[in-house]
Design a protein around this ligand. Structure first.
Ligand SMILES: Cc1cc2nc3c(=O)[nH]c(=O)nc-3n(C[C@H](O)[C@H](O)[C@H](O)COP(=O)(O)OP(=O)(O)OC[C@H]3O[C@@H](n4cnc5c(N)ncnc54)[C@H](O)[C@@H]3O)c2cc1C
Length: 169
C-alpha cells in the first residue's frame, strides 16, 4: 500500500499533506467507469437525472456539465408546475424527452474516443500511438478547433435558465 501512496504523491504532489489519512485499503474508493442510460427516467413522484439516469465516462470531462444541464432543464420544465403539487409521470418525463438526445450524442462521442484513442493508449506496447486522421485535421485547421471546444464546453443543445419560478422560490 505504501508503494501505491508514494506513486499517488509522486503524480499529484498537491495530495501530500492529506495522504496520511489513508491508513488502510478500507480508505480507498473505487470509482467504476461506466457508460449507460436508463430507458425510463421516472416513476410516479420520482425523476432521475444526471448519472442516476445516464452514467457518463470521464472522457472529455463532461459528465458534470450534463448533470447540471439536466438540472437546469428540470427547473425550466417543472419549477412552475411543482408549485402546484406533484407533476404527473408524463410531465416528469418531459425532462427525459428533452435531455435524451444530448446524452445520446455525448455518450456516442465518448465511445468513439474510448474505442479509437484511449483503448489503444491503455494497451500500451512499444508502437507509438497513432493520432487519428480527424484529430490531425482539427489540429491542422485552426477554424475547426472551435467545434470540439464548443461541444466539450457547452455540450449538445445547451440549456439556459428560463424558469420565472426558479429564482422566486
Ligand atoms: C473516474 C471518473 C472520472 C470522471 N471525471 C470527470 C471529469 O473530470 N469531469 C466531469 O465533468 N465528469 C467526470 N466524470 C463523470 C462525472 O463524475 C459524473 O457524470 C457526474 O459526477 C454526475 O453528477 P451527478 O450529480 O449526476 O452524480 P454524482 O456526482 O454521482 O452525485 C450523486 C451524489 O449522491 C450521493 N448519494 C448516493 N446515494 C445517496 C443516498 N442514498 N442518499 C444521499 N446521497 C446519496 C452520492 O454520494 C453523490 O454525492 C468522471 C467519472 C468517473 C467515473
Amino acid at each position: 500500500m505504501q508503494a501505491l501512496l508514494d506513486d499517488v504523491v509522486r503524480m499529484a504532489p498537491i495530495l501530500k499533506s492529506g495522504i496520511g489519512d489513508v491508513k488502510s485499503f478500507d480508505d480507498f474508493k473505487l470509482l467504476t467507469v461506466a457508460i449507460n442510460r436508463l430507458s425510463r427516467w421516472t416513476r410516479p413522484g420520482l425523476l432521475l437525472i444526471g448519472d442516476a439516469a445516464h452514467a457518463m465516462s470521464p472522457v472529455g470531462g463532461v459528465g458534470v456539465n450534463l448533470a447540471v444541464q439536466d438540472a437546469v432543464a428540470t427547473a425550466n420544465l417543472l419549477a412552475d408546475r411543482l408549485q402546484r403539487g406533484c407533476p404527473s409521470e408524463d410531465e416528469l418525463d418531459a425532462v427525459r424527452r428533452r435531455r435524451e438526445f444530448p446524452v445520446k450524442m455525448t455518450q456516442r462521442m465518448q465511445m468513439v474516443v474510448q474505442n479509437n484513442i484511449i483503448s489503444g493508449a491503455l494497451q500500451g506496447g512499444d508502437r507509438p500511438l497513432k493520432v487519428p486522421l480527424i484529430v490531425r485535421l482539427i489540429t491542422a485547421l485552426p477554424w475547426l478547433q472551435g467545434i470540439p471546444a464548443r461541444l466539450i464546453a457547452l455540450g449538445v443543445r445547451p440549456e439556459h435558465v428560463q424558469s420565472k419560478a426558479a429564482p422566486a422560490s
